[in-house]
Design a protein around this ligand. Structure first.
Ligand code: ADE
Ligand code: ZN
Length: 334
């Protein structure tokens, strides 16, 4: 039997650290912190992972954050992700975290950032993964909350590379956060935003025009607007697509129906990511392999997706050159 090839080296650009909380770790942390979970076993919790839409997922996702209390909890969460990511070929990860989901429960922002940073800062040495941290605002809360969170993040800005926008999309257009993003830009942060996951293509245009987003998270509904697709192609705006997530949250019926091949054919700068891998049935390489199986993506297309992930990342040019060279040296038949 030939030895299976190592997964392609790649960057993961759309990953919520809270969405990497595996049921076993949730139980371990619950016990360590004396918290009761409304499930008897990790298996019973896992069987609750059946979602009808984004909100039904978010309800469970926020409920389970209750087990994350101390710096060590956040370090353990990030370390567990990095171990899995390394096995999936990840060489660079830009990791979202939702500060408001924690500060609303009385956990200080510093506890969250210091805990995550402890794992992320040693990740290049331990796992060969360089990292960035993206502070993401909850769009279903008022813009004033986001502004306050950004102000509270002042002591940690050297460890934060970008801001993002997530949570319930429909009814919370990017326009609501114009002032917040202007302030983030003034502070020297990079700008990304979830748009066009459940929300309409107009939210993607708004994220570009009103927020100055440099990268769009999801963006799959851009295909409903030809002029928008032409713009995204012309401006080389990266889209961080999450196929397993789209199926589990019922944005797409089946993986076989996923629009990713159409997005590639249109010339969009598409990347593939895992979003909330504990909840959606797989990590990033699992998404790549799922696309191969369900849609017949070729080695060449998978290689293009990996290449795009490095092009779309916020690494400096020296690191980008190193990552691209590693990909070029990888012996896949693509
Ligand atoms: N928070 C975590 N995962 C998310 C997603 N897929 N969309 C919006 N907010 C999220
Ligand atoms: Zn997301």
């Amino acid at each position: 039997m030939p030895t299976p090839l190592a997964p392609l080296p790649k960057a993961e650009l759309h990953l919520h650290i809270e969405g990497t909380l595996e049921p076993e770790l949730a139980f371990l942390l619950a016990e360590r912190n004396g918290i009761d979970l409304p499930y008897a076993t990790p298996e019973e919790l896992r069987s609750a992972y059946a979602f009808s839409d984004l909100q039904s997922f978010l309800d469970l996702y926020y409920r389970l954050t209750a087990v994350l209390l101390t710096e060590q909890d956040f370090t353990d969460l990030a370390e567990a992700y990095l171990v899995r990511a390394a096995a999936q070929g990840v060489r660079h990860a830009e990791v979202f975290f939702d500060p408001q989901a924690h500060t609303a429960r009385g956990v200080e922002l510093g506890t969250v950032v210091r805990g995550l940073a402890r794992a992320l800062d040693r990740s290049e040495e331990r796992h060969g993964i360089s990292t960035g941290l993206i502070l993401s605002f909850l769009r279903d809360l008022p813009a004033e909350d986001a502004l306050r969170t950004l102000a509270d993040a002042a002591p940690y800005l050297d460890r934060i590379s970008a801001v993002g926008l997530d949570s319930a999309e429909v009814g919370h257009p990017p326009a609501k956060f114009t002032e917040v993003y202007a302030e983030a830009k003034r502070l020297g942060l990079r700008l990304v935003a979830h748009a066009g996951e459940e929300g309409p293509p107009a939210y993607i245009s708004e994220a570009l025009d009103l927020l100055g987003a440099e990268r769009i998270d999801h963006g799959i509904r851009c295909l409903e607007d030809e002029a928008l697709v032409a713009r995204l192609v012309a401006e080389r705006i990266p889209l961080t697509v999450c196929p397993f997530s789209n199926v589990r949250l019922r944005c797409v019926d089946r993986l076989e129906d996923h629009p990713l091949p159409a997005m590639l054919a249109a010339g969009l700068l598409v990347t593939v990511n895992s979003d909330d891998p504990s909840y959606f049935g797989g990590y990033v390489e699992d998404n790549y392999q799922g696309l191969r199986r369900a849609l017949g993506l070729t080695d060449g297309q998978l290689r293009l997706l990996a290449r795009n992930s490095f092009l779309a990342s916020f690494v400096d040019e020296a690191r980008r050159a190193e990552l691209l060279a590693e990909l070029d040296a990888h012996p896949s038949s693509g």
